[in-house]
Design a protein. Structure first.
Length: 118
């Protein structure tokens, strides 16, 4: 990650293994990262408006706020909430790709086609 919000979300995900259990498929992981980046960005933006942040060498304003003990719990809870919402949403539970029935139909088609070509 080369941007602060992505790095912050990744750190929180690494520190909280239950998040990986919730976003256990590529589709869920993509949705989780997308929404977590947005919601953490909005949260940190709100905190920036509400609280002054002094410029610091080697740390962005987002990193300063996310690592501030006063706000860290709020940021972690936002990331967990996104993971829980994605895990609970049936739209992300559907497997990508063909169903077993579609695979069987294609296999039959392929067999017929190969038999006709020989």
């Amino acid at each position: 990650m080369d941007e602060p919000i992505g790095t912050i979300v990744a750190e929180i995900q690494a520190e909280n293994p239950e998040i990986d259990a919730l976003v256990d498929s590529p589709r869920k992981l993509l949705a989780f990262r997308t929404f977590a980046y947005i919601r953490v960005g909005v949260l940190l933006g709100r905190l920036l408006v509400e609280h002054d942040v002094e410029p610091a060498k080697g740390a962005t304003w987002a990193e300063q706020l996310a690592h501030n003990p006063e706000y860290r719990g709020e940021v972690v809870e936002e990331v967990r909430a996104v993971a829980e919402e994605v895990a609970a949403d049936p739209a992300y539970s559907d497997p990508l790709g063909p169903s077993d029935e579609e695979r069987a139909r294609f296999a039959e088609f392929a067999k017929r086609r190969l038999a006709a070509d020989t």
